[in-house]
Design a protein around this ligand. Structure first.
Ligand SMILES: NC(=O)c1ccc[n+]([C@@H]2O[C@H](COP(=O)([O-])OP(=O)(O)OC[C@H]3O[C@@H](n4cnc5c(N)ncnc54)[C@H](OP(=O)(O)O)[C@@H]3O)[C@@H](O)[C@H]2O)c1
Length: 325
């Protein structure tokens, strides 16, 4: 097998690709031959040693893949050999094969290509968990999505629209705003944090009910001020750099709430609920109410370039690594 390796945490430019022996197959596991690996912002944080969990090097980044089941252990009780599956593997996804543990291999609906399936779980599950479980969105409400041309942003726009909300999305380029509109946003606004509050209130008189915030930085405080009575701001990530400090008077005013979203830890500690959430999202794909865009493709050998493109905001939507032996 071939796999991307991080031998010393640091720059993503130092990632290498190595050939190694096939992974041992446990009795209750399945060997999945990877066709595409999802690239996520958190992968770069792992490689740089900036995430709260620090894996021991050498390690292979990549937390989600799509492929076909190639071989199963004697006690495997999941999908049969040959089935197209997506797998949330946690780590090791930038590789030609991964081992799926019980419950990890989920059949892919025919509507999803391998690259789109590889990028699906983290973004769409975070979006639904944030909007419905944490922010208690109901149909007819208004949602502001920050970073609306990014992975979580585009998923949040689609999921919020499918739940019956009106979406206003923020994005820094016309290309990203176009993608946000294609995903279902009724209104889009530009990338300037200083005018965010006025831009949103000017577009939607009275403001919004829910903010989806995977960006942080100067955007968070301004986004909080766009919430109307009883509004909820969902904190998802901090790609813009410094973790913002929130003025608590702005939470008191209008009975607003700020809610944390840690989908990863929730999914790990509530596997049955996560399985049900993912099943619901895949059923929405089958029914045509969610149509994930095709990701930008890089080869496995270009994993470093893919992560750089993500960090430098050069990509609209998701990136997937195209994988073959
Ligand atoms: N809490 C959770 O459970 C959870 C789950 C999944 C992801 N996350 C986190 O959510 C964040 C976003 O993930 P994602 O997959 O949406 O990432 P992404 O695809 O890279 O999108 C992030 C968007 O943020 C905007 N942005 C603004 N300032 C930026 C900066 N300085 N650097 C990079 N991007 C900037 C970019 O849009 P513009 O160029 O238009 O500004 C970009 O499209 C990450 O921190 C990720 O780790 C959290």
């Amino acid at each position: 097998m071939r796999a991307v390796l991080c031998t010393t945490p640091g720059s993503v430019r130092d990632l290498t690709v190595a050939t190694m022996s096939p992974l041992p197959l446990p009795d209750n596991g399945a060997r999945v031959m990877v066709e595409a690996a999802g690239v996520n912002y958190v992968d770069a944080l792992f490689v740089e040693g900036r995430y709260q969990i620090k894996p021991n090097p050498p390690f292979t980044p990549g937390s989600e893949v799509a492929g076909r089941i190639g071989e199963v252990g004697s006690e495997w009780s999941g999908p049969a050999v040959g089935t197209r599956v997506l797998v949330s593997c946690g780590m090791g996804g930038y590789a030609t094969e991964v081992i799926a543990r019980p419950g990890q291999a989920v059949p892919i609906p025919e509507q999803l290509s391998a690259p789109a399936a590889a990028c699906f779980t983290q973004s769409y599950a975070t979006a639904l968990f944030a909007l419905r479980t944490r922010a208690h969105l109901v149909g007819g409400e208004r949602v502001l999505v920050l970073g609306g041309g990014g992975g979580v942003g585009l998923a949040a726009i689609q999921v919020a629209t499918a739940l019956g909300a009106t979406v206003i999305a923020q994005g820094s380029t016309e290309e990203k705003r176009d993608a946000a509109r294609r995903a279902g946003a009724s209104i889009t606004i530009g990338g300037d944090a200083t005018t965010l509050k006025d831009d949103v209130r000017g577009s939607l008189d009275g403001g919004v009910d829910v903010v989806i915030d995977p960006v942080g930085g100067a955007f968070t405080g301004q986004a909080l001020r766009t919430l109307r009575d009883g509004g909820r701001l969902a904190v998802i990530g901090f790609v813009a750099g410094p973790i913002p400090e929130i003025p608590t008077n702005q939470i008191l005013l209008r009975n607003r709430s700020v809610v944390g979203v840690d989908w990863g830890i929730w999914a790990m500690t509530n596997p049955a609920a996560q399985g049900a959430l993912l099943g619901e999202l895949l059923a929405m794909v089958e029914a045509g109410s969610l149509t994930p865009a095709e990701p930008t493709l890089f080869s496995l050998d270009d994993a470093a370039l893919a992560l750089l493109a993500l960090q430098e905001r050069r990509v609209v939507g998701k990136i997937a690594l195209s994988v073959s032996e």
